[in-house]
Design a protein around this ligand. Structure first.
Ligand code: EPU
Length: 347
């Protein structure tokens, strides 16, 4: 276990904003969990568990302990009815794990290629991209209660998955820590190519497309649209795509016929927030060092020297402008952290 006091967190998040924590623990194997629990008892303080740091925004210094779960390991647990059950520890880098599965010939996760972050973080916000949500592939999630030390296990159905949410997101600030995720990868599913970008890429060639082809295509599509966090700090989408009633969607469509709209199974309609932000003329707009990305307006990026306060100011400006123009309220997607811990909403 590594321990840093008055730790600079900028290198531990993909946004790269300056913020300090009283203490940073990096847990590298299972035995470190016990060391962490001892430390919790001897020096109690607010805590925040961090995976790859790719979906968190530190708005200011955090008056507590940040625990980075860096426990690695991946294995094939077994096969059942043609499906493979593959387990990955929470600290496995997500994209490396997806690539490893594809290389073994196990398709199922390739639409989620090149997403920054760690395995333990993907169930929290039910990561989704290019026509797939990770909840569709999760058999169960394993973890531990940090107050009692008890282990737990939730099947996919028990995880409360929804669009960019789960029971783990709601409990972000509470005592549940994810230590591993088990994926169910069916051997016989056709490639998932309905997403418009993938349709354009493969042009109807679904028959001969392998998981490795989809993995490579998604990597390339993402690289064209989304900034690489190693080059320009970002947390992917800063806002969720809003879900509105069919009446609201129709009213908006009458005024803006080309606003992308996606009816959902529950009757609501998902609107493209990036499109609305772009239409407000906000691409490239800055508050301090924080900037609305010039190719993908749903992404706010660190154009150099940005602080958490810059991102807060920019996010408010985007939200207010979109609300004025479209009457739709955008919700922030990443986890916002203030001095005392997780801040549930953008106020
Ligand atoms: N659009 C614009 N202007 C923009 C951005 C988007 O007009 O600046 C339009 C696009 O042309 C398209 C529609 O909006 O018609 C949707 O855009 P895109 O396919 O790029 O996806 P998105 O809705 O902007 C979502 C996810 C991404 C994921 C992509 C691809 C959310 C909040 N975001 O973005 O996830 O990679 O779909 O599936 O659902 C993330 O969560 O961090 C993330 C990057």
């Amino acid at each position: 276990m590594q321990c840093f006091v008055e730790a600079d967190l900028s290198a531990w998040t993909t946004l790269g904003v300056p913020a300090r924590a009283k203490e940073l623990l990096v847990l590298e194997d299972e035995t470190d969990l016990a060391r962490w629990f001892e430390r919790r008892e001897s020096a109690p303080m607010p805590e925040l568990v961090l995976g790859g740091g790719s979906n968190v925004v530190f708005l200011e210094d955090f008056a507590g302990r940040v625990v980075r779960l860096a426990i690695r390991g991946r294995e094939l647990l077994g096969e059942e009815g043609g499906a493979r059950f593959v387990r990955a520890a929470a600290g496995e880098p997500w994209d490396g794990f997806v690539r490893w599965c594809v290389t073994q010939g196990w398709g199922g996760l390739e639409n989620l290629a090149a997403i920054p972050g760690s395995v333990g973080a993907v169930p929290v916000q039910n990561v989704g991209a290019y026509g797939l949500e990770v909840s569709e592939r999760i058999a169960w999630v394993e973890g531990m209660d940090r107050d009692t030390g008890q282990t737990w296990r939730f099947s996919g159905n028990e995880c409360g998955f929804g669009y960019r949410t789960s029971r783990f997101k709601a409990a972000e600030a509470s005592s549940r820590v994810i230590t591993a995720v088990v994926f169910r990868l069916a051997g016989d599913e056709p490639p998932r190519l309905e997403y418009p970008d993938l349709q354009r890429w493969f042009g109807g060639r679904a028959q001969r497309v392998s998981p490795a082809d989809v993995y490579a295509a998604v990597r390339e599509i993402r690289a064209r649209k989304l900034p690489d966090p190693r080059v320009q700090g970002n947390v992917g989408s800063f806002f969720k795509n809003p879900l509105v009633s069919p009446e609201v969607a129709e009213r908006l469509a009458a005024i803006h016929p080309d606003l992308p709209r996606h009816p959902q199974p529950d009757g609501r309609v998902k609107l493209a927030a990036g499109w609305m932000i772009e239409r407000c003329g906000l691409k490239g707009v800055r508050e301090g060092g924080a900037m609305v990305h010039e190719r993908q307006a749903l992404v706010l990026c660190n154009a150099g020297g940005a602080t958490g306060a810059d991102f807060l100011a920019l996010a408010r400006r985007v939200r207010e402008t979109v609300a004025e123009r479209f009457g739709v309220r955008l919700e922030v997607e990443p986890v916002l952290v203030g001095r005392e811990g997780v801040v549930q909403r953008l106020t």
